[in-house]
Design a protein. Structure first.
Length: 334
């Protein structure tokens, strides 16, 4: 499924002081109306709890309203396959492909879809998608794409393991601490590779290496050190102007840099965790009253829906009252 480890639905967490970064791309960041977004969020939550029937039901309700988001359709297919509804899974996968979903590499290795393998319908879907991919990628820089995809996998698989350990053992467990150290080591190696690519090729767009390989640049820079982030921020801003990067992804990087510089975030993407109460909260946010306007401008959905995954209820009046305490809490962090 296109969940945490590939940054599509569930957030990807990065250890940094006491807070995390949630990375969202087209699935959760683009909202087709509150009802649709709420249903998809409900479906995602059910999937993460392995409540596949509830997940499929929520996706079915959402798709009665909208059937154009390729990533949502793909994720719905995964839940359907896990529930044993093979025909429904294949139907949604076909719709996902018609709406632009084309990550055939992930399709083939996604264990959620194992129950579909071997059927004539599955073989035809894979073959048809391969033809589409080959036609589109004829002009790609294949060697560069291969390098970026390898980094992508290396970056995201460890994050899946990290998230699974968080859910199973808790944020302060030895397992999470150990995986966090492994993740940071991998990050340091991947950063060297990405810096070399950026300095040599610039911020290459999806038309040159494909969407997933293009996202790798952001993923690695997003959890790099502050100095590196500051260095490549202007390059990413220019890439957004040239449609070589997503404005929603840039917003997340802008937020992380702002907080690291001791400022308030702009889009509310950064979520903190209080180890004493085991609760999550929105890190210091500038102009909370107008945050949804700013989020909408870069393709992000309403903050109230975004924070539901951490059981946070967004109340702007209450947040403004709590903001001094939140800032004081962050100032005490080492």
């Amino acid at each position: 499924m296109l969940h945490s480890y590939v940054s599509k639905i569930a957030p990807v967490f990065y250890p940094m002081k006491s807070f995390f970064t949630a990375i969202l791309f087209l699935t959760c960041s683009i909202c087709y109306g509150q009802t649709y977004a709420s249903l998809v969020a409900e479906a995602n939550t059910a999937y993460n709890k392995k409540e596949y029937e509830k997940s499929v039901n929520a996706y079915q309700s959402a798709f009665k309203l909208e059937r154009k988001n390729a990533n949502d359709l793909y994720n719905g297919a995964c839940s359907a396959a896990l529930l044993g509804k093979k025909d429904l899974a294949l139907e949604w996968l076909t719709l996902a492909a018609k709406n632009g979903w084309s990550d055939i590499h992930h399709l083939k290795i996604d264990k959620d879809l194992n129950s579909l393998h071997g059927s004539k319908e599955w073989d035809k879907l894979v073959a048809d998608l391969q033809v589409q991919v080959d036609q589109r990628e004829a002009k790609y820089d294949k060697p560069l794409q291969k390098r970026l995809l390898a980094i992508y996998d290396d970056d995201q698989v460890i994050r899946r393991e990290f998230l699974d350990a968080q859910r199973k053992f808790g944020n302060t467990s030895k397992q999470v601490d150990s995986l966090g150290k492994i993740m940071m080591h991998k990050d340091s190696i991947n950063l060297i590779k990405i810096v070399e690519i950026l300095d040599t090729h610039g911020w290459v767009g999806p038309e040159k290496v494909g969407g997933q390989a293009n996202q790798t640049l952001f993923l690695v820079i997003q959890h790099a050190d502050l100095k590196t982030q500051q260095k490549y921020l202007p390059m990413m801003r220019e890439a957004v102007k040239n449609k070589n990067a997503n404005a929603s992804a840039l917003a997340l990087l802008e937020d992380r840099i702002a907080l690291r510089e001791g400022k308030r975030q702009v889009y509310g993407s950064q979520i903190g965790h209080d180890n004493e109460t085991n609760t999550y909260f929105i890190l210091p946010l500038d102009d909370p009253d107008n945050v949804d306007k700013r989020r909408a401008a870069v393709g992000l959905g309403p903050l109230s829906e975004y924070v539901q995954r951490w059981n946070i209820t967004w109340n702007v009046a209450e947040y403004k009252k709590q903001l001094p305490d939140i800032e004081a809490k962050q100032a005490r962090q080492p």
